[in-house]
Design a protein around this ligand. Structure first.
Ligand code: FCB
Length: 452
């Protein structure tokens, strides 16, 4: 068996959903075709020094022109589901203009998946905001949240229950904090205040979109995808432990707590009143509307220690040479996935069913002389994280699905094409796809499920 799990593991049952994931901007290319407008990522890529090697998404994996072939590829892996995102710039290329070519493109994907027996998992927003909305302040502008709700309604009105699950947002932490607070993602602003304001508007947009999702797709599941990098203390000292828990409040619970309980974490508000976003009283009620699933993206952990000057010091991944790192420099620490899930179950009595919507590793192994890609590090990573998930399920956490990031190598945001996360290798010169060893392991694992 390619991946080895305890016999009778719930992860081996046929009703556990497995899939592969991608995002529009990372794979589609064809950025100027069929009426698509510019997105903040097109602009960011064109801004010198923002993206490694000035890479951009103009061609990417040329998925726009290779949909049928890519759908066949997905089917050949034996997955139950495919998670992809819709490019808002294709659907609404200028305010209130609804572009049929955009809808038609995603309709082909959805229908093509269904024909192949694969469940469509649709993400409405995976970071590619139309640039014309950024001109008006992007996610700092409250109006963007209302614009998102209209866009969401148009999409769900078209696709309805053909889609198995709708996620409003992928990783609002990244959109808000990397985009407006730390500046390493589009649009590249650097302000704590604006980062928290953007985060609030993203969560608000999520809540505002939910009623239309429920109305037009009453039989689909609706949720949101958050990313978590749990913080671990450098030592057992009380100070380091406090530093780690503060960092978790700031980066994890600041996003999850309002969604589940309608309030922001107190410790952060007390420590940093200047971060608290401008908001209306009813916003948190909207944000905390019921969801059917919580998508979790997990890759790594972070080690922190107490600091005299800052809230905490970020130590990892350079603690010592013993840490195993993937090619992007993220530590491999699967136990953090188990502990994260257990911690959430303990803290939130209304934790919805969880889907692991992304998990994977950057393993940049190239094809060998026979053209094979033997990405053993990635195979080990998947194996270890599936086992970590098994442990979480055994301890009572409700988890119903797992998506490998990613179907194929693609545009890795600020890292350009330098980091390869695919279980399928993409030769960007020829656009040839080659299933990697990890892809074959998935294939074997998925085909054998439920048969032992
Ligand atoms: C996540 C993103 C995804 C991909 C992986 C490696 O943060 O959602 O698009 O880039 O990281």
């Amino acid at each position: 068996m390619a991946f080895s799990l305890p016999k009778n593991s719930p992860l081996l049952k046929k009703d556990f959903t497995y899939g592969v994931a991608t995002a529009a901007f990372q794979i589609e290319g064809a950025t100027n075709l069929d009426g698509r407008c510019e997105s903040i990522w097109d602009r960011f890529c064109r801004t010198p020094g923002k993206v490694l090697n000035d890479d951009h998404g103009d061609i990417a994996c040329d998925h726009y022109h290779r949909v049928e072939q890519d759908l066949d590829l997905i089917q050949s892996l034996g997955v139950d589901a495919y998670r992809f995102s819709i490019a808002w710039p294709r659907i609404e290329p200028s305010p209130d203009t609804w572009n049929e070519a955009g809808f038609a493109f995603y309709e082909r994907i959805i229908n093509g998946l269904i024909e192949r027996g694969i469940k469509p998992y649709l993400t409405l927003y995976h970071w590619d905001l139309p640039q014309y909305l950024e001109e008006k302040g992007g996610w700092i502008n409250r109006e963007t949240a209302y614009r998102f709700a209209v866009y969401a309604q148009k999409v769900v009105a078209r696709f309805g229950d053909r889609v198995t699950a709708y996620a409003t947002f992928n990783e609002p932490w990244c959109s808000a904090f990397l985009g407006y607070r730390f500046g390493n993602h589009a649009p590249g602003l650097q302000s704590d205040r604006l980062g928290f304001q953007a985060a609030h508007h993203l969560l608000l947009a999520h809540g505002l979109a939910l009623p239309a999702l429920r109305e037009y797709a009453p039989n689909a599941e609706h949720g949101i995808v958050l990313n978590f990098t749990p913080n671990y203390p450098l030592t057992d000292s009380k100070q380091d432990q406090q530093a780690a828990s503060f960092a978790d409040e700031e980066h994890s619970h600041w996003f999850l707590q309002p969604l589940l309980t309608g309030s922001y974490p107190k410790s952060i508000i007390e420590q940093h009143p200047e971060w608290v976003p401008t908001q209306l009283d009813e916003d948190l009620v909207i944000i905390a509307r019921d969801i059917d699933f919580l998508g979790i993206n997990f890759y790594t952990r972070q080690v922190v220690s107490a600091s005299d000057q800052e809230d905490y010091n970020i130590i990892s991944p350079q603690v010592d040479g013993s840490m195993q790192l993937t090619d992007i420099g993220w530590e491999v620490f699967p136990q953090a996935l188990t502990e994260l899930l257990q911690g959430f179950k303990k803290r939130y009595s209304n934790l919805p069913p969880i889907i692991i919507t992304e998990n994977g590793a950057a393993d940049n192994t190239s094809p060998n002389e026979n053209g094979e890609v033997i990405d053993s590090m990635r195979v080990a990573y998947y194996n270890d994280h599936l086992n970590a998930l098994h442990n979480a399920i055994e301890s009572g956490v409700n988890i119903s699905g797992y998506f490998a990031w990613s179907l194929m190598d693609n545009f890795e945001w600020a890292e350009g094409y330098s980091q390869r996360f695919g279980i399928v290798y993409v030769d960007y010169e020829t656009q040839k796809r080659t299933i990697k060893h990890s892809g074959y392991c998935w294939q074997e694992f998925l085909n054998k499920r439920g048969k032992d």
